[in-house]
Design a protein around this ligand. Structure first.
Ligand SMILES: [Zn+2]
Length: 356
């Protein structure tokens, strides 16, 4: 069996090496002779990213590794197999000469060598940026919106207004946007804003000027979207956010008329942690399954009431359809304000004030 000098050394072979020119090591396929070249490739790739911890991954042909393990057993020496030896050689050279340290648990940068294809691939740990957003202009959908037959809407979505500048600032390849619930396209998101995060894939940078980024989002959306409380977040914090179902507080502007108008305040008193039953609203029937959901309305208060213009502050459990709670949606939401108060209502606007 022909072995390269590195494998001979590793296995403590003392007989004279054969010196066939161009011969390929029958164990490591001459991989161990190429640590320098892979170091060069690593260095070039690594230079494009901002990270501090790394790991060398290896894909090697199974039969080469089996041959090696058998040879190690036969030789009786205690040594690393050639895959481990290569990872060790390359890894320690990187640690010696470059400003990175190996991390076997959660590396930020993984450089994986595929011996069979004589190729490598790079994986960079995603980065998460979290914050809260305010939507100050109506008509902005939360996610890219495609209307049948009309193509993509002209107005960009909250996810694009925030996600793209975040992704660009961190030099990412692409991104995912996630928010804690959503407001309707025609509703504003005010007050303390709605929690969100952006996952940036393959980021070249792991930090950025967050106040400059806020400015870019505001400018890019022509003052439609403002982001506050931005921070780089740990994935564990993000996991926690996913499960949260925070209560929401809404401001609803209504025009009302009808018999019950004078008694509104009195009749609203019962809405203190009251369970309501909502069948999927007619306006979303095409995209959501038709079923009955039960939700709790925490409170309904009058903010202003003059000349048939009523402004209510409604606090309700996550997932409550507020418009339908007001209008009744032809009896699909029970109880609802329209029937209970015996009034006609027209919704003038809906704003979300708080998500927590
Ligand atoms: Zn070898």
């Amino acid at each position: 069996m022909f072995l390269c000098s590195k494998c001979r050394e590793r296995l403590s072979y003392s007989d004279n090496p054969s010196t066939r020119d161009g011969a390929v090591c029958e164990i490591c396929g001459n991989l161990l002779e190429h640590v320098d070249e892979y170091f060069g490739m690593f260095k070039e790739e690594a230079g494009q990213y901002d990270f501090s911890t790394f790991l060398i991954g290896m894909k090697v042909p199974k039969d080469s590794l089996t041959r090696d393990i058998e040879a190690i057993e036969k030789s009786g020496v205690k040594t690393r197999n050639y895959k481990e030896e290569f990872q060790f050689q390359l890894g320690s050279r990187i640690e010696r000469e470059l400003p990175y340290r190996v991390d076997f648990g959660k590396p930020e940068f993984t450089f994986t060598i595929d011996q069979e294809n004589m190729d490598y691939s790079v994986w960079v740990k995603p980065i998460y940026l979290k914050g809260r957003y305010l939507k100050k202009r109506r008509g902005i959908p939360q996610s890219p919106w495609i209307k049948p037959g009309r193509g993509k809407e002209m107005e960009k979505s909250v996810s694009e207004y925030i996600g793209q500048p975040v992704c660009d600032a961190l030099g990412g390849r692409n991104y995912n946007f996630f928010a804690s619930g959503r407001e309707d396209v025609d509703a504003l998101m005010l007050g303390t804003g709605r929690p969100f995060y952006v996952e940036v894939k393959s980021p070249r940078k792991r930090s950025t000027d967050l106040s400059a980024l806020s400015g870019q989002v505001l400018g890019g959306s022509r003052d439609g979207i403002e982001v506050i409380d931005l921070s780089i977040a740990d994935p564990s914090v993000i996991e926690g956010m996913k499960g949260q179902k925070p209560d929401k507080t809404y401001e609803v502007g209504l025009t009302v008329d009808g018999a019950g108008v004078v008694k509104i305040a009195e009749k609203l008193e019962k809405y203190s942690d009251l369970m309501i039953s909502q069948r999927t609203p007619t306006r979303v029937l095409g995209i959501r399954k038709d079923k009955v959901r039960e939700r709790i309305v925490r409170s309904v208060e009058i903010k202003q009431f003059a000349d048939s213009k009523l402004v209510l502050i409604i606090r309700a459990e996550a997932g409550t359809y507020i418009k339908e709670f007001v209008t009744g949606d032809k009896g699909r939401t029970i109880p609802n304000l329209r029937d209970e108060l015996d009034i006609n209502v027209k919704i003038d606007y809906l704003n979300v004030l708080e998500v927590k």
